[in-house]
Design a protein around this ligand. Structure first.
Ligand SMILES: Nc1ncnc2c1ncn2[C@@H]1O[C@H](COP(=O)(O)OP(=O)(O)OP(=O)(O)O)[C@@H](O)[C@H]1O
Ligand code: SF4
Ligand SMILES: [Mg+2]
Length: 323
């Protein structure tokens, strides 16, 4: 594994404006991504995973309240770029994305091959025939018969459409690919096939992935780093090896205990309570109403990310000063 850092994210925030108030969907997120790293981003529904993806590729809804922080890509803060430069040089070219539910977003009236080729035709002005040829090659690499390029979306299974969506994200030769729940809603065999293909492609093209998933088992198949998000905040950042054997944050421990396992008799245990409102979250540590270790300090003050080991950070007072 290379140690070259391709992406450094500092204090990234993305808040939405709503009639009920400001939704702090992503708050002060910090992490580094090295070349060929796979960073799994995990957490319950609504914790801000897709918001992080959208913030990184700057695909934002209209009701943005705050969008700030630094996104340093190969040493350059791309937050400083105007929209036109970002579109021309960064989105798809350097960081591409398979959006959540991408397989259902194909336009029903165009053939799949053309749609996979579209980023090349539109962004790089590559001639249509050439672009579709490259789309075919990538679709084959993703385990699709190249003749499928001539098909319309309704003629493909979910698994095939998702393979096409991944081929589309690869077509502009990006360095980083964000995969937002790339295999949810697919059967387990198709999931396993796609994960294996993603592994192979990552090694072949020396890509880095940000792999968003609520499935910790799947994350363990692909990731060498894990980031846990709770209520818009990163609460643990660790190597996958350490995370799966010695998680530190009480929420991470709870998440891992909730995964069913076939190899032992252990029954899954669920974290009681529900994630908090992002408009009016609890004071101090946002996890304190659900945490069995909570004490007075937890509701009074928000913990920082404390370093607990080599490249291992935890947002919890159990690991901070002054217990
Ligand atoms: N445009 C928007 N305006 C207001 N609130 C939004 C908007 N988009 C998302 N949210 C809210 O922001 C929070 C984070 O949403 P996000 O889609 O990032 O979650 P997620 O972790 O990807 O969830 P899931 O696992 O269900 O995909 C949620 O509370 C969601 O309701
Ligand atoms: S800071 Fe306190 S409430 Fe929050 S996770 Fe740690 S022990 Fe639990
Ligand atoms: Mg999401």
């Amino acid at each position: 594994m290379s140690s070259e850092t391709v992406l450094s994210v500092h204090d990234l925030k993305l808040y939405y404006r709503t009639r009920k108030g400001i939704v702090k969907a992503l708050d002060d997120v910090n992490f580094d991504l090295k070349k060929e790293d796979v960073l799994a981003v995990v957490g319950e529904s609504g914790c801000g995973k897709s918001t992080l993806a959208r913030a990184l590729v700057r695909v934002l809804p209209r009701n943005i309240h705050t969008y700030e922080g630094e996104i340093i890509l190969n040493g350059r803060n791309v937050m400083d770029l105007d929209e036109e430069t970002f579109r021309r040089e960064i989105r798809w070219r350097k960081i591409s994305i398979v959006f959540q539910g991408a397989m259902n977003s194909f336009n029903p009236v165009y053939r799949i091959g053309y749609q996979v080729a579209e980023p090349l035709i539109i962004h790089d002005h590559v001639e249509k025939k050439k672009a579709i040829e490259k789309a075919r090659q990538l679709m084959e690499l993703m385990g699709m018969p190249s003749a499928f390029a001539e098909r319309y979306p309704f003629e493909l299974s979910g698994g095939m459409k998702q393979r096409a969506a991944i081929a589309m994200a690869l077509i502009t030769n990006p360095e980083i690919v964000i995969l937002d729940e790339p295999t949810s809603a697919l059967d387990v065999l198709t999931q396993a096939n796609i994960i294996n293909l993603l592994k192979r492609i990552k090694n072949e093209f020396r890509l880095s992935y940000i792999f968003i998933t609520h499935d910790l088992g799947l994350a363990s198949e692909l990731a060498n780093r894990v980031a846990v998000i709770y209520a818009g905040k990163m609460v643990e950042l660790s190597s996958a090896d350490v995370f799966y054997t010695e998680p530190k944050h009480p929420y991470s421990k709870g998440l891992l205990l909730s995964v069913p396992t076939l190899r032992t008799d252990r029954k899954p245990e669920f974290i009681s309570g529900a994630p908090p409102s992002l408009i009016d979250p609890p004071s101090g540590c946002k996890f304190h109403p659900r945490c069995r270790f909570a004490w007075s300090k937890c509701s009074a003050e928000e913990p920082a990310m404390f370093k607990v080991g080599e490249d291992h950070f935890v947002r919890c007072w159990l690991y901070g000063d002054g217990r």
